[in-house]
Structures are given as C-alpha cells and as structure tokens.
Design a protein around this ligand. Structure first.
Ligand code: UD1
Ligand code: MG
Length: 430
C-alpha cells in the first residue's frame, strides 16, 4: 500500500450540542471516527489522526481499540482551520489521502476511486441542488481552478452547484510544500486546506475532480445529520445480511449493530434490536426482542425477550418478558416472565413463569447453577449462590436458599387456609 491517510478530527463540532466530542458519536454502534479509521485501514498502513478538542479522551478511545496509528496535535489557537490541522503532519508514502472524521458513510471503493490515477491532486466533488455551507469548486474547461469557501464567495460564485466534498488525495511532496505557505487572509481568518488547489493550479500541476455520491460524503454536523446517517448505514447493513440469507420482517423497523454477525438461516421479526458483537446462528428472534453482545444458537427468543451481555443460548426457547443476563442456557425452556442472571442451566430444564434468580445482595453478584431435567415451578426465587442438581422438582412458590440434591423435591410453602363465607361477612354485614 503506497498511500498514507490523515483523518481530520480536531474540530469542536459545536453544532452537535454535546459534551461528547463529535467524532465519538456512534453510527450503528461504532463511533464515526472508528468508521473512518476502518475504511482507512483497508487501503493504508500509515494512518495519522489529527486531534485538538478533547484530544486525550479521543486518543485513549482509539488506543483501546487500534494499534499502530499516529496522532498529531493541531495548534488550533495559532493555526485554526483545516489547513492549520495539516501543519506539521508527516506522512511516509508518496501520496496522502485526507479524510474527515465526521464522514462515517464513506466506502472503501470510493476511497480507492479517489486514489486512482496519477494527478497531483484528486479531489472529491459533488453536484448539489442546494450547495449551502460547502466550498464551491470553480471549474473552467473541465479543469479545477480553485475552491472558494461560501463565506468568501462573490455573488456569481455562490450560484455554483459543484461543491467540495472535503476529501483529497495529494502528492505528499506538494502537500509538504504548500501547507507552510497557506495564509489566513480570508473571511474566517482560518488556514484553509482548500487553498492548496489554487496553489497547485497556479504552478501548472494537475488537479482532477472525482465526482462522488452525496450519500457517502455527507458530513455529520448535528444530531439530525447523525440520525439520517445512521438510517442510511442501517439500510446498508440489513441489505447485506438479507443477501447473506437472513430473513427480516419489516426491515425498516429492525436495528443491527455494525459488529453483529449471523450464520445459517436466521429470522428477525419487526422491531428487533441486535446490539454489540452479538452472534446469531440459525435462530428466530421474535417481535421487539433485544439482544446485546450475546451468542444465540439454534434458539427462539421473544416476542419481547431481552438477552443482556455475555449470554449464551443454545437449543433454547425464551418466551415473552424473559430477561437473561450473563448466563449460559443449553436446551432450556423459559416461556414467560422470568429473570435469569449469572446462571448456568442445563439440558431439559423448564423454568416456570415468575422464576427469579436473586443474584445480587446489594454488594456482590452470585452464581446460580441448575442441572439437567429440573422442573422449576412458577413464582420461585432462587437465592444465589446456589446449586440445584439434576432431576429436581422445585414446587411453585418456593424460595430456594439451600443447594438441592439430585432427584429431590424442594418445597417451601405456608399452608393454605379457607374461611367459609368470609366474603359475605366482610362486605355485606353491617
Ligand atoms: C470544509 C471545506 C469545504 C468543504 C467542506 C465539506 C475547508 C476550508 N473547507 O468545510 O470546502 O465543502 O469541508 O464538508 O477545508 N478540522 C480540524 N481542525 C480545524 C478545523 C476542522 O481538524 O481547525 C476538521 C474537523 O474536525 C472536520 C474537518 O476538519 O473533521 C472539516 O471541518 P469543518 O469545519 O466541518 O469544515 P467545513 O467548514 O465544513
Ligand atoms: Mg467549518
């Protein structure tokens, strides 16, 4: 790979109206910056991220997930703007691709198109009905002349509908020559990276416009943009999984994290949410169920089931209003209304409605172990830590607070009384 990538992520992102740095806002479960880094990693082995606002926080998040990236701190007080961001950045390859950290929809194919050919500068260009806010690209005789920022445009330039999408592949030697020569003599008193285009044209260098799809190059500036970008991203994810054989009922109502994976014949009903790094194999997830960071294999969940992180369901049936957390269930049926937390439950076991694992005493979490072929009656509390061995019956209403041996019945129940004609005495006698 002979291209370096620089990702600009120093801007404040004021329009997000958020304490979280703009580039850390997520699209389909992954931050916008990580989407950009992932796309860059597919084409380059020399990636630099330019930071300034909340730099330490962003850098530590990146370092927790990636190795070998370079960081550059922009001196944004002295050198504000996209050109200022590039000041002092060193890249090792002959060409350098400059990306924005807030464009999460860019695909590898578009990046490759931008790095194609041997022009001194390839720049991304979009045709827009409404060019408001973008730098206008002045093209004469099919060659780029310059980019003029909206705030610096004259009335004629403002009418230009060909705009700068903000991504460039530049001959690194030229970049190193032009960046120190940028001035901030413009309406925003910023150092504009876009000025390198005019500098190159004036020296007779080749600047080639690469026409790109608006959808991929839309920058995210507000929470509205973020929601729109996620809709587009979700549509892409679901299209790919449906092509791979996943069935979806009313796909527009389904959410799938970009890190989730499917195998075999899976069915997702409407309103389902598959979050985190969930792995679903040959399973049916019914209406309005939520799966988080879990492994679901040859199982049914829902409607309205909730499977929380680190759960593993194999050959299992989970019905409505059942919550499972950090538990392993193999060949289990839990048809209705239960909480199963920090448990491991084995083959042939039936969990009655209203069973609760009492896994937390207010200080610590404890484990419940339930063996094979256990029948757990309705409305039972299993007070952890506790082990219920194979072939056990737990009677309805029991509070299990001791281990139960193989083959036993456990029952804790107050004897029931009936008082004849009590109703009439209570309600009708004066
Ligand atoms: C820029 C382009 C404009 C183009 C538009 C496309 C310039 C001068 N203008 O404008 O022609 O139409 O993108 O979206 O480049 N950043 C820094 N440091 C800074 C300022 C910005 O790293 O001091 C980063 C931001 O974090 C962001 C990117 O650069 O990722 C673009 O900055 P932004 O302010 O959005 O640029 P625009 O004004 O939209
Ligand atoms: Mg700006």
């Amino acid at each position: 790979m002979s291209i370096s990538v620089v990702i600009l992520a120093a801007g404040q992102g004021t329009r997000m109206k958020s304490t979280l740095p703009k580039v850390l806002h997520k699209i389909s479960g992954k931050s916008m910056l990580f989407h950009a880094i992932d796309a860059a990693s597919e084409i380059s082995d020399d990636i630099t991220v330019v930071l300034y606002h909340q730099a330490a926080r962003i850098q530590s998040e990146i370092e927790a997930s990636y190795e070998g990236l370079h960081f550059h701190m922009q001196d944004a007080k002295k050198y504000p703007g996209t050109g200022g961001a590039m000041k002092g950045v060193q890249t090792k390859n002959e060409r350098t691709l400059i990306l924005n950290g807030d464009m999460p929809l860019i695909t590898k194919d578009s990046l490759l198109a931008l790095t194609d050919g041997d022009s001194d500068i390839n720049m991304s260009v979009i045709q827009l009905e409404d060019p408001t806010g973008y730098g206008r690209v002045i093209i004469e005789n099919e060659a780029v002349r310059e980019i003029v920022e909206q705030k610096d445009c004259n009335e004629v330039q403002l009418l230009t509908k060909t705009v700068n999408a903000g991504i460039y592949a530049v001959n690194t030697a030229l970049l190193e020559k032009y960046i120190p020569e940028l001035s901030n003599n413009n309406a925003q008193a910023e150092y504009y990276l876009t000025d390198i285009v005019k500098m190159a044209v004036d020296e007779g260098k080749s600047v080639h416009p690469v026409y790109v799809e608006e959808e991929e190059f839309k920058g995210v500036n507000s929470k509205l943009d973020l929601a729109h970008a996620e809709e587009i991203h979700q549509r892409r994810i679901k299209t790919e999984w449906m092509k791979a054989g996943v069935s979806m009922r009313l796909p527009e109502t389904i959410y799938i994290d970009s890190r989730a994976t499917f195998e075999g014949e899976c069915m997702l009903e409407n309103g389902v949410s598959i979050q985190g790094t969930s792995h679903i194999i040959a399973s049916h997830i019914k209406t309005h169920s939520v799966i988080e960071d879990s492994h679901i294999e040859n199982s049914h969940v829902g409607p309205m089931g909730r499977i929380r992180p680190n759960s593993k369901l194999i050959d299992t049936h989970i019905g409505n209003f059942v919550e499972v957390k950090k538990s392993t269930l193999t060949g289990v049926k839990a048809g209705h209304l239960a909480y199963i937390g920090d448990a491991s439950i084995d083959e042939g076991t039936n969990i009655g409605a209203g069973m609760i694992t009492c896994n937390y005493d207010g200080k610590n979490k404890y484990k419940t172990t339930i063996g094979k072929n256990v029948f757990i009656g309705s409305d039972t509390q299993i007070v952890a830590p506790v082990t219920i061995e194979d072939d056990v019956i737990i009677a309805a209403g029991t509070t299990v607070n001791k281990d139960v041996k193989k083959g036993s019945l456990a029952i804790s129940r107050t004897e029931m009384k009936t008082i004849k004609n009590f109703f009439y005495k209570f309600f009708t006698e004066k």
